[in-house]
Design a protein around this ligand. Structure first.
Ligand SMILES: C[S@@+](CC[C@H](N)C(=O)[O-])C[C@H]1O[C@@H](n2cnc3c(N)ncnc32)[C@H](O)[C@@H]1O
Length: 158
């Protein structure tokens, strides 16, 4: 098999996310839009009874206590990509997604601090003068990835 035919994988997570509802929403999008797993760094996620799609049964959730913990556990040749509305970030519409990517979002109140952005190989942003909701942002990025890489997504389910 030609290696260029391999569709790769991605994961998405939130650094010090504040609300479980956002993490739950992102987890659901992550499954539907083809992410391999979801994670949190810092603040841990407590499962919501409102998760009617039982996403936890479909793709795994991992927790890292610190950014260092995340960085020490990144799979081989996988690109840590920050998603942040910051100067110097590349616009999503021009962005070529890495075949293997870990997307990292910031918290609802603080965003991603510079110390975290410095550890990321790439930084991407969506246009706008102010921030979108964190789960909405992650969902748009995953959809962009799926569309550009023409990914085969999980089949419809009930
Ligand atoms: C509500 S925003 C954080 C807002 C925070 N008060 C700030 O000013 O940085 C939460 C997260 O969503 C993501 N986000 C929201 N809008 C974005 C945009 N236009 N481009 C890139 N990331 C965005 C980022 O990961 C951000 O850290």
């Amino acid at each position: 098999m030609k290696t260029s035919n391999i569709q790769g994988y991605c994961a998405i997570g939130i650094y010090n996310g504040k609300t479980d509802h956002n993490i739950g929403t992102l987890w659901r999008s992550a499954y539907i839009l083809g992410a391999a797993y979801i994670f949190t760094v810092g603040k841990r996620y407590k499962k919501q009874t409102s998760d009617v799609t039982r996403t936890w049964a479909r793709i795994p959730y991992f927790h890292y206590d610190t950014l260092e913990d995340l960085c020490n556990n990144i799979p081989y040749d996988c690109c840590l990509t920050a998603i942040e509305l910051t100067e110097g970030a590349e616009f999503l519409h021009d962005f070529e997604h890495p075949k293997r990517a870990i997307y990292l979002l910031g918290s609802e109140d603080q965003g991603l601090p510079d110390s975290v952005l410095e550890k990321c190989r790439k930084v991407i942003k969506l246009p706008g003068n102010s921030s979108l909701n964190v789960a909405v942002t992650g969902s748009i990025v995953l959809h962009d990835r799926a569309a550009k890489l023409k990914l085969e997504l999980p089949p419809n389910h009930r």
